[in-house]
Ligand binder design. Sequence first.
Ligand code: URA
Length: 299
Amino acid sequence: MTEPRFDLDIFRIIDWYKAAGVDAALDDLPVDWLARGPAAPGQGFAWPDRQHVPTDSAPNAHAPMPRMEALSVAPIKLAQKSSPSQETSSVRPQTPLAASEAETEARRIAATAPTLAALEVALRGFNGCSLKATAKNLCFYRGAETARIMLIGEAPGRDEDLEGKPFVGRAGQLLDKMLAAIGLSESDVHITNVVYWRPPGNRTPTPQEALACRPFLERQMTLVRPEIVVALGGSAAKEVLGISEGIMKLRGKWRTVQVGSNTVTSIATLHPAYLLRTPAAKQLVWSDLIQIKKKLGSV
Ligand code: URA
């Protein structure tokens, strides 16, 4: 029988992951999240049995793979059922809330924020959106504190997560160029997303994640006081306009929508990341931008 060639097989597996859209390795070894106990992510918890695999020892096509047992992890210890008194004292600060509980909690803390700075503090203390556990940074907004135009995208990506600001990667740079084409700069606009943390692997946020962030977005809108809200892409349009039609049908039409206590004039357009992949669609966005410019001239 032929021995399996781990050095070749592993690259085939990695290719397979790549083709499936997995673009980020989160860690070298599997994570037993239950072993974390009451410690919240980022609070100095040290994995007891993990072996440090230095980055310079990463496998390459020519080096033999380490023996499998060298990569093994200690067996997972199942949590002992605790007594009721122990349970109250070991509540995990990051235990996910049910979607409705998270929304209620978000509404309670967002409602009292008198300024964007206070809203940011409230967001930093909020643990009801599960995206926070895997993201590096909160991405709240960039641009002016109050603005005539508020642009809302889907979710932060990798660059945004690293920098802690929305739309700073390639899509953001294109967005800035689109705005400049109608005479607007960062200081004229307020840019944010439907969710404030990067979804792992840049997937679309789930309805639960969007719901948990929604009270903050509504409060943000109240504080920014935009005359026009622009939804960027289908996912943001669905969330902001509350319509699930495809973006190609939705875009370019003015609507008056109710977002929490705000009644806003809104339009959806194509997402700049889509334009990077489909430059031919830029002409559609150009006509949306012209409409926005006209509207700003008339309001
Ligand atoms: N795409 C988005 O929808 N938002 C960002 O902040 C970046 C990319």
